[in-house]
Design a protein around this ligand. Structure first.
Ligand SMILES: [Zn+2]
Length: 326
């Protein structure tokens, strides 16, 4: 939930944590950061060390394989409405400058890498118009709300992806693809007609696992975009991981949870989540859109309710967002 007060609180918390880390770091008893192995912490990264392999563990337990130098990996979770939001994560490997870690709007990790990546992201975002965020909406108004957020990457080629049906709760490929295609080609929504250059291509089925992990983090980039099913943290419906290089996306992996019931019918009922609606949201991330306020009523709000078939249909901010990127 990204209201400004929560963000301000999170920033304050981040500053407070930084102060604690700094004071610990100045003491002679503090262990030297290693920045190696499968438990590299954010505090380790604050030393500015360069890292080429290993696993970063966030305070919330999510784990991320260290991306290659020059690569950013982003994890975007979608939660069930009424539950707390795990937060959007981006980790950039700035090579010799170390790793920059961003959780929602709070930056951590190597100070030099944070400076470098924050400036680069700012200039990438400035290259296309950013709509003002509407925070005063009192009720969902998906055709009047103009909000959208950009993640800082786009695809320069159509997204080629494969589907892994292992463990699928419903037969999902065509439904998930319909969610993707809500954003591609000609779009008519909320009395607006646009044509985007966003494009995707379903290559076929695969047995390769997606890079999304059961803890909701991202494993190593495989070079192949894979969408599949599996375990995810409690109340997380789906997670999209995207790898990008200087703003150009190179791989997207998605995992849909096997811990919930899903529906692909147009008339959904019972405690089921609408796969096409959730897939539409996940592909919004895949193409480069971030979360809007939950009250926006837009596809890119960060939490879904059961049988939320309305999330299949783009709202005004969603249309303006994809139009600004493609
Ligand atoms: Zn999301």
């Amino acid at each position: 939930m990204r209201t400004s007060s929560v963000t301000a609180g999170a920033v304050a918390l981040g500053i407070a944590l930084l102060a604690v880390v700094t004071s610990l770091g100045s003491g002679s008893a503090a262990a030297a950061p290693t920045c190696r192995g499968d438990r590299i912490t954010v505090a380790d990264l604050a030393s500015g060390c360069a890292v080429s392999t290993g696993t970063v563990v966030l305070p919330d337990g999510r784990r991320f394989a260290v991306p290659a130098a020059g690569v950013t990996v982003s994890a975007l979770p979608l939660g069930a409405a009424g539950t707390s939001d795990a937060g959007d994560v981006s980790i950039t490997n700035a090579g010799r400058a170390g790793l920059a870690v961003r959780v929602d709007d709070v930056w951590k990790g190597s100070a030099a890498a944070v400076r470098q990546e924050r400036d680069a992201l700012r200039s990438r975002l400035a290259a296309t118009p950013q709509a003002a965020t509407t925070t005063t909406a009192t009720k969902p108004s998906s055709c009047t709300n103009k909000s959208f957020a950009k993640l800082g990457f786009t695809w320069r080629v159509p997204v080629s992806w494969s589907y892994n049906p292992a463990g699928q709760k419903v037969s999902g490929a065509s439904t998930i693809r319909a969610g993707a295609d809500a954003w591609t080609g000609g779009i008519a929504a909320c009395s607006k007609k646009i044509t985007t250059t966003a494009a995707e291509r379903l290559v076929g089925n695969t047995t390769q696992a997606s890079g999304v992990t059961a803890a909701g983090g991202c494993g190593a980039s495989s070079g192949t975009s894979v969408v599949g099913w599996g375990a995810l943290p409690k109340n997380t419906l789906a997670v999209t991981c995207v790898w990008s290089r200087s703003g150009a996306a190179v791989e997207v992996d998605q995992r849909y949870t096997t811990a919930q019931q899903w529906s692909t019918a147009s008339t959904c009922s019972g405690p089921r989540f609408d796969l096409r609606g959730v897939a539409t949201h996940e592909w919004g991330h895949a193409f480069g859109l971030g979360h809007t306020a939950q009250s926006s009523g837009l596809v890119m709000r960060p939490a879904s309710t059961t049988c939320d078939t309305g999330q299949r249909t783009l709202g005004l901010g969603d249309v303006l967002g994809i139009d600004s990127l493609y």
